[in-house]
Design a protein around this ligand. Structure first.
Ligand SMILES: [Zn+2]
Length: 208
């Protein structure tokens, strides 16, 4: 199993396990969100909009679905399952969630060099990061920022999965280190180098 760490500018750490998965950019990639806790989707509109915006730069269409909203045996052609751990909301924060614990924000897994189309997102830790940029007051008013941050963490993981790249870039979403500000500021994107990696993977997948 390979591993890569993405460190936050203020010591946040994303632990990332990478490998290979083929995809065809011509068909939508279903991103299946599996919320660990019910009622955790208040940031979903902003998350959805930001993930569409980011991946459209790589000419990748995403179809974002919530796992519990369709039949148990539904089938998808290209799917990435994202487990949304913890409480994925800025509201109703517990004391423990406010503790500022350092640790992985998200991860993917690989076996024998082949990435599995699964990722885990630690919603509580992403929220802690957003709070460093937005403050802890009026948490409910920061759902959009939180959704954007979740989308950027997911986009970083999807880069490893879909672009089949284990390396990081010097700029953009796929940097090894992302600050709280970079998770929430306007117009933070994939770098040109990351977009090239997406396109190389697309060209490889398109070969017979
Ligand atoms: Zn990474």
């Amino acid at each position: 199993m390979l591993s890569r760490c993405l460190r936050g500018g203020i010591r946040l750490i994303l632990t990332l396990f990478v490998g290979t998965t083929a995809f065809a950019a011509s068909a939508p990639v279903t991103v299946l969100l599996d919320f660990e806790q019910p009622g955790s989707s208040s940031a979903l509109p902003a998350l959805t909009a930001e993930l569409h915006r980011l991946l459209s730069r790589a000419d990748i269409q995403v179809d974002i679905q919530v796992k519990n909203s369709f039949a148990e045996h539904a089938e998808f052609k290209d799917v990435v399952l994202v487990k949304m751990k913890g409480r994925c909301s800025m509201e109703s924060l517990s004391v423990a969630a406010l503790s500022g614990e350092r640790g992985p924000l998200a991860m993917t897994y690989s076996v024998d060099g082949n990435v599995l189309p699964f990722a885990d997102v630690n919603c509580d830790r992403v929220r802690t990061s957003v709070q460093r940029a937005s403050g802890r007051a009026n948490a409910a008013q920061h759902q959009a920022e939180y959704g954007i941050a979740l989308a950027r963490v997911m986009a970083h993981e999807l880069y490893h999965i879909l672009a089949k790249s284990s390396t990081h870039t010097r700029a953009g979403i796929t940097k090894q280190a992302l600050s709280s500000t970079e998770l929430t500021e306007r117009n933070f994107d994939f770098s040109l180098r990351a977009l090239e990696s997406f396109h190389r993977a697309e060209a490889t997948a398109a070969k017979p």
